[in-house]
Every structure is written in structure tokens, then in C-alpha cells.
Design a protein around this ligand. Structure first.
Ligand SMILES: *[C@@H]1O[C@H](CO)[C@@H](O)[C@H](O)[C@H]1NC(C)=O
Ligand SMILES: *[C@@H]1O[C@H](CO)[C@@H](O)[C@H](O)[C@H]1NC(C)=O
Length: 445
């Protein structure tokens, strides 16, 4: 298979793929020399090396895992600076939210070479942001943000990300003809052009401000038939005076006001009369506003191009930690990236799923066994006069008390963090204050 690909590459006159950056965390603690934790804040969450609770291969599936709840994370790795001028740029990595994530980022950022890694934070200038972001049920999307002329632009299409507990492969392909493709698990989920799917450039065409719909432009496809007349005997009174109703003998017009007959439904009522519809002989079709070339539009052939790409970083906020990042690849070859995806994520995903299913099954069995036991004891206890239900209740109340204590502690931590984070209506989060990348981003747009 491999020689086939190489042969195809050679036949197509294509060069060997360039690997600008590759990270699989397969050399123990050595990653700590390649990845620099930012010191911009003193309380960034810690990353640890882990394959998680379930995996396809305990060694190969080891990646960077967020390990503390309700924290910001900021870590990055540097590589030789390169420009993607005239080249395809592929960014790929795997994300596993094995903690059943409630709110947190799962994306990467690509930075220029002048980034100070020790001071990397959510306001640091970046080129590209790509990957999944989840917050509540309202926000489950894949971000694709490009910086163009020092402003950040979000993709104007909605791409749903994976929200289960398994490892997923995310790929962004950016081409020198200003087109792109996004894949999840090596399947295309979106593609198009930079110009159409990001609002970096003003629109090519605008509506001619001098053009107006002529007054006599008839947009009605059908009209009432002028020949059609309401028949003489068409009865359109829904109610008529009741013939049985009589003015009482003692009715005093002066005292009681004018007498009115009671009304009853008209049995000859035919409903409202409507003329027959005919095709409008003057119908001209909908009026289309003429467009002009937008004088503000300037074609941009280099929207895709970035110079001195040199750092990949994880700059995140996570409520429930446990996300694992792995199998990072930055290359100029789409096919090579697909193959790399197949050989990493592709090889271990089935095993991972099996292990998880087995764990879930065992968990369920345990639960069932416990339930059975409880029922059995229940019977015995009843004889003793005190039901397990009562005992259970007492026990649960005690447990709840402890939980409440924990929750309160958690809330206090969260409240502190909340000065920096506000959840908006959609369930997306905005970071406020000087840390706010998202809010800053929105301001800029
Ligand atoms: C890339 O970085 C180098 C070294 O920092 C700098 O001299 C050069 O001007 C940069 N190139 C571009 C195109 O920004
Ligand atoms: C990756 O795996 C898929 C599914 O097995 C296969 O269809 C595809 O050809 C593979 N891609 C490469 C580049 O080997």
C-alpha cells in the first residue's frame, strides 16, 4: 500500500511530504522539553501524559490530558518556522473528551515565530485556531478562525463537533487556491472557499443603489377574474334574525331601548364569496435588484498564506477536565495526513471503543448485582421492623450532606473564575477582561 502511494506521488510529479511538526508523545517524559507551559497566569491547569480510562493501545494512545477542573490551560511547542506559500497546509490532531465534557475547548492555535511561549495567553496573536469547542447543549462546534490583516475571522458555516467520549481525528486542509476542507475522522464534513465562508473581504457585488423597482412592475402571478361576478342569490349572511323571536308585549322602547330580534345561524349561508383566480396577463416575475461590482472589493490571492508559522499551542478553558490531545501533525500533504490518521487514530479507535463498552458493561452488572442485594436485604430488614428503604434514606441523606459541602466548595471556586467567564444565552462562553480571547475576537469582528 505504502509503495503504491509513493509511486503515485512520483508519477504525479509530487514531492515527498514535508512534516513541519509531528507529536505522538511516545518517548516518556521527553515531551516536557518540547512543550512549554505559559507562566502568564500563575494558576494554569496542569497537563499530564495519559491514555485515559480506556484506550486501544495504552502506549500509543498516551497524549496530553487536562488534569484539573475549572482551569485555564496554556501550553505550546515550537518548530522550524515555515511559510505555506504555494503549498497545501494540513493541521491534524486527535481529541478525546473521555470525561463527558460539559464546557471546554478542544482546539489548537498556530502562532507566528515571534510568540513568547512563556507568556502565551488567550490574547496572544495567532494565525489559525482550529478544533472543537463545547459548552452546554447550545455550543458544539468546530472553530475555524483565520487571521487576515491582523483581524480574526470566524467561519460563517456551522460545523458540529463530536460530543461523545471517544477519540476523534480533526483535520484542516488549507490550499493555495484559497479553498479549504475540514474532516472529522477522515471524513469530509465541510469544504469551500475562504472568500465565501469567511468575511475577510467585502462582497464582490453590491445592490445597485440607483436601481428601483418600477411602480408598474406587477409581481402578482394570479389575480381575481374581473369577469367573475358574485351570483345574485349568493347568501353571505352567517346569522339571520330568528323568525320565532317576537318583541315581548310589555317591551317599552323608551325604557328598554330598541328591541332587537335574537339571531340564529343561516341555513342558506354559503360563506364568503371569492372571485375565481386567473393568471395575471401583466405578470412580470419577481423583480431582481440589479447588482454592481463593489468598488471596495479587491481580490485577494494570498488569504491562505502565513509566514513564519512556528508554534502550535493549546490555549483553553475547561470546566470538567480530562480531555486528551494526541497525534499532532502539520504537513503539506493531504494524503500523507490521511494515512497518518489511519495509522494512529484509525488503528486504535476500535480497541478503545471495545474497552469502553466492556467497562460500561461491568459497571452495569455491578449496579444490577447491588440492586439485587439491596432487595434481598430489604426483605430481611422488613422482618426486623426497619426497612432498607429507611436505612437507605438515612444513608443517602448523609451522603447528600457531604455532596453539598463539596459542591459549595466547587461553586466557590467557580464563582471566583466567573469574574473571567460569563455564559451567554446560547450557552457559549465569553471570557471577559484582559484574558478574553473570545470576547476580544467578537469585539474585533
Ligand atoms: C520571519 O521571521 C524572521 C525572524 O524573526 C524575520 O526576519 C522575517 O522578516 C519574518 N518574515 C516574514 C515574512 O514575516
Ligand atoms: C484510510 O482508511 C480508509 C478506510 O480504511 C481508506 O478508505 C483510505 O483509503 C485510507 N487512506 C489512506 C491515505 O491510506
Amino acid at each position: 500500500m505504502k509503495w503504491l502511494i509513493v509511486a503515485a506521488l512520483v508519477a504525479a510529479g509530487r514531492a515527498e511530504p514535508v512534516q513541519y511538526f509531528k507529536e505522538q508523545f511516545e518517548d516518556g517524559d521527553e515531551w516536557q522539553k518540547r512543550w512549554i507551559e505559559s507562566k502568564h497566569k500563575s494558576d494554569y491547569g496542569k497537563f499530564q501524559l495519559s491514555a485515559g480510562k480506556f484506550y486501544g493501545d495504552e502506549e500509543k494512545d498516551k497524549g496530553l490530558q487536562t488534569s484539573q477542573d475549572v482551569r485555564y490551560y496554556a501550553i505550546s511547542a515550537r518548530f522550524e518556522p515555515f511559510s505555506n506559500e504555494g503549498q497545501t497546509l494540513v493541521i491534524q490532531f486527535t481529541v478525546k473528551h473521555e470525561q463527558n465534557i460539559d464546557c471546554g475547548g478542544g482546539y489548537i492555535k498556530l502562532f507566528p515565530s515571534d510568540l513568547n511561549q512563556e507568556d502565551m495567553h488567550s490574547d496572544s496573536t495567532y494565525y489559525i485556531m482550529f478544533g472543537p469547542d463545547i459548552c452546554g447543549s447550545g455550543m458544539k462546534k468546530v472553530h475555524v478562525i483565520f487571521t487576515y490583516k491582523e483581524k480574526n475571522y470566524l467561519i460563517n458555516k456551522d460545523i458540529r463537533c463530536k460530543d461523545d467520549e471517544y477519540t476523534h481525528l480533526y483535520t484542516l486542509i488549507l490550499c493555495p487556491d484559497n479553498t479549504y476542507e475540514i474532516k472529522i475522522d477522515n471524513q469530509k464534513v465541510e469544504s469551500g472557499s475562504l472568500e465565501e465562508d469567511w468575511d475577510m473581504l467585502p462582497p464582490k457585488k453590491i445592490k445597485d443603489p440607483d436601481a428601483k423597482q418600477p411602480d408598474d412592475w406587477d409581481e402578482r402571478e394570479q389575480i381575481d377574474d374581473p369577469e367573475d361576478k358574485k351570483p345574485e342569490d349568493w347568501d353571505d349572511s352567517e346569522f339571520i334574525p330568528d323568525p320565532e323571536s317576537k318583541k315581548p308585549d310589555d317591551w317599552d322602547d323608551e325604557m328598554d331601548g330598541e328591541w332587537e330580534s335574537a339571531m340564529i345561524a343561516n341555513s342558506n349561508y354559503k360563506g364568503e364569496w371569492n372571485a375565481k383566480m386567473i393568471d395575471n396577463p401583466n405578470f412580470k416575475g419577481p423583480w431582481i435588484h440589479p447588482e454592481l461590482d463593489n468598488p471596495e472589493y479587491i481580490a485577494e490571492v494570498n488569504a491562505y498564506r502565513f509566514h513564519n508559522i512556528s508554534v502550535i499551542g493549546l490555549d483553553l478553558w475547561q470546566v470538567k477536565s480530562g480531555t486528551i490531545f494526541d497525534n499532532f501533525l502539520i504537513t503539506n500533504d493531504e494524503q500523507f495526513a490521511e494515512e497518518f490518521g489511519n495509522e494512529t487514530w484509525g488503528l486504535t479507535m476500535d480497541g478503545e471503543k471495545k474497552m469502553k463498552e466492556k467497562q460500561d458493561e461491568e459497571e452495569n452488572k455491578k449496579k444490577e448485582a447491588e440492586e439485587k442485594k439491596t432487595k434481598a436485604i430489604d426483605k430481611v430488614d422488613k422482618d426486623e421492623g426497619k426497612t432498607t428503604e429507611e436505612k437507605n434514606k438515612e444513608w443517602k441523606e448523609e451522603e447528600q450532606k457531604q455532596e453539598d459541602g463539596k459542591e459549595k466548595e466547587h461553586e466557590e471556586v467557580a464563582a471566583e473564575e466567573k469574574t473571567n467567564v460569563e455564559v451567554d444565552e446560547e450557552g457559549t462562553y465569553e471570557e471577559a477582561g484582559e484574558e478574553g480571547a473570545e470576547s476580544k475576537l467578537k469585539d474585533e469582528l
